[in-house]
Design a protein around this ligand. Structure first.
Ligand code: CUA
Length: 189
């Protein structure tokens, strides 16, 4: 007695089934990635920068936005604060940054020589300073705090000594200082 077995489907059918299945899987993966990128961009605003600002590192100190007298914290007409910082081997200028609490702070930073890191500890302020480009990031500080800002990109033999202070002070006190000085900064303690 013989057992009736299912006839084997032709090989082309099996291949087509596998191809179709794989097409569905790969299309789903692409769809998921597109969804995640759109979600991150629209919901969390983490799209790649829509604009790139360039600056000539060779003339950084002699002309334009990043000359020494323009560095530090400045109050804008809309009440926000812009902090301009230059990183160079092996220090930041200014060495001590002062910013107010409860205010929109925009950091604008540039490198005068090589790639440096720009990180304010215990915050989400984390940038790379790439020569030729202006790096920007905006944030707010909820309470007065003293923080350090180490360079976190290896930039040469003095890298480990390259860091600045960040002093977040009460908004009223900051605005008082800003009335007296065009650019606010502090001397490193
Ligand atoms: Cu600058 Cu490391």
């Amino acid at each position: 007695m013989t057992v009736a077995s299912q006839p084997e489907p032709p090989a082309e059918d099996a291949a087509e089934r596998v191809e179709r299945r794989w097409a569905v899987v790969s299309t789903s993966i692409i769809g998921l990635l597109v969804f995640l990128a759109a979600f991150a961009g629209v919901h969390q605003a983490t799209m790649p920068q829509s604009r790139v600002e360039t600056v000539d590192p060779r003339t950084l100190h002699v002309a334009g936005e990043f000359i020494e007298t323009n560095l530090g914290s400045a109050v804008e007409p809309d009440g926000s604060v812009t902090v301009r910082v230059v990183g160079q081997q092996y220090s930041f200028t200014p060495q001590c940054i002062v910013v107010p609490t409860h205010t929109l702070i925009t950091f604008r930073a540039a490198s005068a020589d090589v790639v440096h890191g720009f990180l304010i500890q215990n915050t989400n302020v984390n940038l790379m300073l790439v020569p030729g480009y202006v790096s920007t990031i905006s944030t707010r500080f909820a309470s007065p705090v003293e923080s350090v800002m180490p360079c976190h990109e290896y930039c040469g033999s003095g890298h480990q000594a390259m860091w600045a202070h960040v002093r977040v002070i009460d908004k009223t006190e900051f605005m008082r200082l800003a009335k007296e000085q065009r650019r606010v900064s502090c001397v490193a303690p």
